[in-house]
Design a protein around this ligand. Structure first.
Ligand code: COA
Length: 410
């Protein structure tokens, strides 16, 4: 039996900031952003967009044509969660009307928890082959105004359905891991912005890549030459190319520079327009690769996931014949092209907008045009709205064998 990706879809905020505006405001040569780090736009969430609204919208797209009553688990991977206790997966579960007989959980390990979610999902469907698992990776990257990390900020979500009826790719369950206790990037509970030693984090990323790749080779016997394409975690887009050239050097690859570029370039088409979306950025790279014109059926893809702190994971997938039919009707590039441009003043105002920290009630301004929005807080409780006219819990809350009783009153 095969296990892998049945569906994959992306969501981004309604607005984006042209990095030419940021370069002008910060007195930086725009070529540093465009060529040096490879970023053109930054996805900017409005005050009524967060990881729940982004993740729910990506999941809604990913679930088109999928029997929702077979979703047994929702795993929400994020490092910009909205609650210390309650899983963002529960808000999404409600917004999407998923079955009550469903497990919901949130996972964290910087930018690579989505990859662990994917492998937990694989193990889960191997035990219950009739089930489907919804994996959501959603994040908002914040480094601070005027910091070196600012031009790499971004936001977005990718949702994937993992099942025993993969239509897009099979995933090899073997993984090469590398973990070590490193302070290259972290966000203590009392901070909204990450603390980062940027240049050091690049060195640690490269080290984790080498070690995870080595571990993968020991696990599987497969190496650099086993793959036609590569996708890397993209904290900024040029990192993908840097990482690939570094790995090629370490393994003493005989491929030419242009052959190496061709292995990684197709995965680098979305991230320049979104910026870093932490857990989602590796999978935006995968979507970027899958949405290339060329038919990739039968090709093997090497995937490297990195989460500061740090953990690296190298794994692989094989693209299936007919995969294009299973991609969402609206391409990611079409979604990105419909975004609205933001000016610097609004970007900075939104950036500095803080929710009341004492739980007092507030309503967010209605800005997002996405199907779900964060409406505000009352009694310390977050409120979400579905805006596309469909009712929350529109699908059956029952599975074939189980009808949930109504909740007791509070
Ligand atoms: N034209 C073209 N390229 C230019 C340039 C110009 N005018 N000015 C600088 N550059 C290039 C630099 O040569 C460098 O490229 P290289 O690394 O290939 O040599 C690149 O732009 C970045 O310049 P640098 O001076 O290193 O930038 P920085 O001090 O602003 O820091 C990061 C860059 C990525 C470290 C910073 O954005 C950061 O901390 N990001 C968040 C953390 C992160 O992404 N970590 C990655 C691993 S998880």
């Amino acid at each position: 039996m095969k296990f892998g990706l049945e569906r994959i879809a992306v969501e981004v905020p309604r607005h984006s900031l042209d990095l030419a505006l940021l370069a002008e405001a910060r007195g930086v040569d725009v070529k540093k952003y465009h060529q040096g780090i490879g970023q053109e736009f930054m996805a900017v969430p409005s005050p009524d967009e967060d990881v729940v609204t982004l993740g729910a919208a990506a999941a809604e797209r990913a679930l088109e044509g999928v029997d929702r009553n077979r979703i047994r688990t929702v795993i929400f991977a994020t490092e910009s969660g909205v609650d210390q206790s309650k899983a963002a997966a529960i808000y999404v579960h409600k917004l999407l009307g998923l079955p009550r007989n469903c497990r919901t959980v949130e996972m964290k390990q910087a930018c690579c928890s989505g990859t662990s979610a994917l492998h937990f999902a694989l193990a889960s469907v191997a035990l219950e082959p009739e089930s489907k698992i919804l994996v959501i990776c959603a994040d908002i990257a914040r480094y601070g105004l005027g910091t070196a990390g600012e031009p790499t900020q971004g936001a977005g979500a990718v949702a994937m359905v993992v099942s025993s009826q993969p239509k897009i790719a099979t995933i090899n369950p073997k993984v090469g891991y590398f973990t070590d206790d490193v302070m290259d990037f972290w966000r203590p509970n009392y901070r909204e912005e990450a603390l980062v030693d940027g240049k050091y984090s690049i060195k640690v990323y490269m080290h984790a890549l080498e070690q995870a790749c080595k571990a993968y080779h020991i696990e599987t016997g497969e190496g650099f030459d086993s793959f036609q394409h590569f996708c890397y975690h993209l904290p900024f887009t040029r990192m993908g190319l840097k990482a690939h050239l570094h790995l090629a050097k370490v393994v003493e690859s005989s491929l030419t520079g242009s052959e190496l570029h061709a292995q990684v370039q197709p995965s680098l088409q979305l991230n320049p327009k979104t910026g870093n979306a932490y857990t989602a950025s590796l999978y935006m790279g995968l979507l970027s690769l899958l949405e290339q014109q060329e038919d990739l059926a039968g090709r093997k893809v090497g995937m490297f996931s990195y989460g500061s702190g740090c953990m690296g994971a190298f794994f692989s997938l094989e693209i299936l014949a007919g995969y294009k039919e299973a991609l969402p009707q609206e391409s990611s590039q079409e979604i990105l092209a419909k975004r609205e441009a933001l000016d610097m003043a609004t970007y900075e105002t939104w950036y500095e907008t803080r929710m009341p920290q004492d739980g007092s009630a507030f309503d967010t301004p209605h800005i997002s045009d996405r199907p779900f929005r964060f409406a505000g807080v009352a009694d310390h409780k977050r409120r979400y709205e579905r805006l596309d006219g469909r009712l929350e819990h529109s699908s059956s809350s029952a599975s074939e064998h189980f009808v949930a009783a109504p909740l007791p009153d509070s």
